[in-house]
Design a protein around this ligand. Structure first.
Ligand code: SAM
Length: 392
């Protein structure tokens, strides 16, 4: 197989074109079933039927790492299990940059009772002043008049419901760790026959000088001062490193690691983190693509505690849920043998594909949406540019 095979269309049909027992690992971020930003593709979690096809193409002992939303994770995991997989664990990606989607009960109560509220403008914190087709999910920049920023309006009431909401702030994304049952009696016989079944512990240790490996955190840096131990991927010789921390089932983003450090009175080097997706990382390889504005005001957005969730910044990569390359590198490396084939049946803008290529793995990517598919293809073709970016 060529290094990369990208298939546009419904993944259940694309999967039927792949032979049995041909894939080494599945690393994916499918629909969470939340209708995120009213996206049509996010209407339900992947079906048992789909997981059965994934089961068929995966080698016995092959792992699945699949992201889910906190509210629908259980449904996704049951479907994976019902398709015949063994549920092995759950990795938590903890981040500090989430937006609360909580309904302001006090404000609604005052509106209903026609109570007065004290109101004031915050000059220090501003929000974008959007005019135009603001209700559309995605609109080209020419349809939108993005004026200057305007001060955020605050208000406070006096009712007993002031300060009450309906949701806490999201700060975690769970990742299901599942495995197709072994075909052989022992794990050793299985890895000898199929080359899969294990987890690449040493390849995913994180080396931090002068620290022991008892901390629960995982921090994969930007290949900078804190880095994954070398080797363990498809191209470089594998060098086990006794000093690295044992990979754990928790991963932090930069903000979450800093918050923890503040509370534990230590410094960030105690924890591992995955930096957020930068604008450069989103858009690299897409120079020939048109800039568009991803506009996604949630229903009842004005009643929520956060006035504007989405910044109207023009983007070439218009996908709403782009995952960090470093996070996907870590996950691919954890479950894929050297030179193995990674499958992402919900490829979106291609972050798993870029990561697989950077690790020297082969990659099969599937995507339903034509526009996302083109973006993924261009980004994956530019994976060497990403290497330079990540090394900076
Ligand atoms: C959560 S996004 C993946 C985003 C990706 N991790 C990234 O970094 O860009 C899920 C993707 O699955 C795609 N999708 C949904 N249903 C599909 C199907 N039946 N076949 C193929 N792709 C599908 C959606 O179009 C969407 O782009």
């Amino acid at each position: 197989m060529k290094q990369v095979k990208l298939m546009q269309g419904d993944n259940i049909l694309s999967l039927k074109k792949l032979p049995d027992n041909s894939i080494d690992s599945v690393v994916t971020d499918g629909p969470y079933g939340l209708s995120f930003m009213n996206k049509k593709w996010d209407y339900d979690v992947p079906s048992v039927e789909l997981w059965k096809e994934i089961w068929r193409v995966l080698k016995p002992g092959g792992h699945v790492l699949s992201f889910g939303g906190t509210r629908t994770f259980h449904r996704m995991v049951v479907n994976i299990e019902d398709a015949g997989f063994e549920i092995r664990d759950q990795i938590m990606w903890i981040y500090g940059s989430g937006f609360p989607k909580s309904h302001n009960i006090g404000k609604s109560y005052d509106k209903k009772m026609s109570n007065e509220r004290e109101e004031w403008l915050d000059d220090k914190k501003t929000q974008p002043n959007i005019r135009g087709n603001g209700d559309q999910l995605m609109i080209s920049s020419s349809n939108v008049e993005v004026k200057d920023r305007e001060p955020i309006k605050h208000s406070k009431g006096l009712s007993q419901w002031e300060g009450w909401g309906t949701a806490v702030k999201p700060a975690v994304e769970p990742i299901c760790v599942a495995r197709k049952p072994l075909s052989e009696k022992t794990i050793v016989d299985n890895v000898i026959r199929w080359g899969v079944g294990g987890i690449n512990i040493d390849g995913c240790r994180v080396k931090i000088d002068g620290e022991d490996d008892r901390s629960a955190g995982i921090r994969t840096g930007n290949f900078g001062d804190t880095e994954l131990t070398p080797g363990g991927n498809g191209t470089e010789p594998y060098i086990p490193n006794e000093e690295g921390r044992f990979p754990a089932n928790i991963i932090f983003d930069e903000t979450a690691a800093e918050m923890l450090d503040e509370q534990s009175d230590s410094n960030t080097s105690r924890f591992f983190y995955i930096p957020k997706v930068s604008k450069k990382e989103r858009n690299m390889g897409l120079d020939l693509f048109e800039d568009k504005i991803i506009e996604g005001r949630d229903e009842n957005q004005d009643e929520l505690n956060v006035a504007y969730k989405k910044r109207p910044t023009p983007q070439k990569n218009i996908h709403a849920t782009v995952k960090p390359i470093n996070l996907m590198i870590y996950l691919c490396r954890l479950v894929t043998p050297p030179g193995g084939i990674v499958l992402d049946p919900f490829m979106g803008s291609g972050s798993t594909g870029i990561s697989a290529c950077l690790e020297g793995f082969r990659f099969v990517g599937m995507e339903l949406d034509e526009e996302y598919f083109k973006i993924a293809k261009a980004r994956i073709n530019s994976y060497e540019e990403y290497r330079k970016l990540l090394k900076k």
